[in-house]
Design a protein around this ligand. Structure first.
Ligand code: EPZ
Length: 428
């Protein structure tokens, strides 16, 4: 298991290039199941989760090319071509689903295209129980027969029929699963209380380019007219707004002047407004955002409350909490999406942070000089918050279990070293 060694208190200067979005690439790959044509995806990030999705598709007999040709880790703009003509099973096994919950994204496409799917229930994950009951209710509403046996969900349907589906809770992958399934259903499907993330909009654009009839993606009501079949496509993966947000926060935390390039500032309004409220100079133009913080003065403490897009993303909560240790007062962080997304707090406390947690609220005292320490990553975004803490802390910080980081950040240590961070990966 690798770990990162970080020598803190070095300001960052230069440009960091953002990779393709993990949470857009995963549904884009699953969507290939809906067609017998080639699906060509450009700008796919080289990440553990994307490799898991490639393995899952290949285990089902789907052919992939381009991603695993060994052109090197972290080669920006990697592409993958997917073709399902060799598919020989409609099953997503436990050993893969347990490592990546987003494997459930094959469920909707399999039922829509082949009339059957057997997908392992994802089980819990570090940040919460994360059930898929809304995915299952949506498929049942489309006329599928659903049974749960031995930890697997079995779904069968001769032909899905369009329906009106109202999600009790806004669910990103739930919206994606049902939208994909509805593209081949008979008749009209309306999804109400749909997720509005940019990854939903980019998936809808991909499906439309494959011949689907979809209106309203990006709003909370999406209407899909079923069609007989979909054809292949070639699609660019959108930039990763969470990776971009992570580097924006890192640059503000470490100080200096950093340009975050190849991103979409329009996807980060909630974060950028909070950064400005905290007194950080951020300017977004075209496809880049410049972050400037030269003085060591304390930031303004601000409060955040996570909620679905376009509000403050839960995937940036841990990173922003680390930043609030540098506030001038007290920042209140309220997490409304997942029930256990404060696991970074215990590790930050070991670095001297003063954070009190009451249920889903964390109270972060500012004016803290973080101290380097040996700390442990617990989940993807928590690990990013610990790296940011290491950049700010005095002396040396060692972050272990960084396989969590590799799930969602393409060679973070290389990107940070390029802008002046003293960080190296060591094998243990
Ligand atoms: C997606 O997860 C993202 N993953 C997550 O990113 C992100 O944190 C999350 O959306 C929220 O924005 C991908 O897109 C691959 P949800 P998802 O369904 O779809 C509850 C990262 O760091 N819920 O929107 O699994 C659920 O428990 C990852 O990149 C049900 O109750 O999240 C949660 O409380 C972490 N039943 C809330 O809804 C369901 O059937 C939102 O979850 C589905 C969800």
């Amino acid at each position: 298991m690798d770990k990162l060694i970080i020598k803190g208190r070095n300001k960052l200067y230069g440009t960091v290039e953002i990779s393709g979005a993990k949470n857009a690439a995963l549904p884009a790959m699953a969507a290939a199941i809906l067609t017998s044509g080639d699906v060509h995806l450009n700008g796919v990030p080289y990440l553990a989760d994307v490799t898991t999705m490639v393995k899952l598709l290949e285990k089902m007999g789907v052919k992939t090319a381009g991603y695993t040709d060994g052109t090197g880790v972290g080669v920006p703009g990697k592409s993958v071509t997917i073709n399902t003509s060799g598919i020989n099973t409609h099953e997503a096994p436990y050993d893969l689903v347990k490592t990546m919950r987003a494997s459930v994204l094959v469920l909707g496409p399999l039922v829509a295209r082949y009339g059957s799917a057997r997908v392992s229930l994802p089980g819990g994950c570090a940040i919460g129980s994360r059930p898929i009951d809304l995915h299952i209710k949506g498929l049942a509403a489309l006329g599928a027969n659903v049974s749960i046996e031995h930890g697997y969900v079995n779904v069968k349907a001769k032909k899905l029929k369009g329906a009106k589906i109202v999600f009790d809770t806004t669910t990103v992958t739930g919206t994606e699963n049902i939208m994909m399934a509805a593209t081949l259903a008979r008749g009209t499907t309306v999804i109400e209380n749909a997720a509005k993330e940019p990854e939903i909009t980019s998936l809808a654009e991909q499906l439309i380019s494959m011949g689907a009839d979809i209106h309203g993606a990006g709003t909370d009501i999406i209407e899909i007219q079923g069609v007989d079949r979909l054809h292949g496509c070639s699609m660019d993966i959108i930039p990763d707004r969470i990776e971009a947000g992570t580097y924006i926060i890192a640059a503000a935390a470490a100080g200096g002047e950093v340009e975050v390039s190849n991103c979409n500032p329009g996807h980060l309004d909630a974060l950028l407004s909070k950064m400005k409220e905290a007194g950080i100079h951020v300017t977004g133009t075209g496809n880049s955002i410049v972050v400037k913080r030269e003085k060591d003065a304390w930031l303004k403490s601000v409060n955040i409350k996570t909620s679905p897009y376009p509000n403050f993303p839960t995937d940036l909560q841990a990173q922003f909490m680390t930043l609030m240790t540098q506030g001038d007062d007290t920042g209140v962080i309220t997490e409304t999406i997942f029930e256990n997304r404060f696991m970074h707090v215990a590790e930050l406390r070991r670095m001297g942070a003063d954070i009190k947690v009451e249920n889903n609220v964390a109270i972060v005292r500012g004016r803290t000089r973080l101290m380097g320490a040996q700390i442990m990553a617990t989940d993807l975004r928590a690990s990013a918050s610990l790296v940011i803490a290491g950049l700010m802390a005095d002396k040396v910080t060692e972050v272990s279990r960084i396989y969590h980081l590799d799930r969602g950040y393409e060679v973070m240590e290389k990107k940070l070293s390029k802008i002046g961070a003293k960080i190296e990966r060591v094998k243990v």
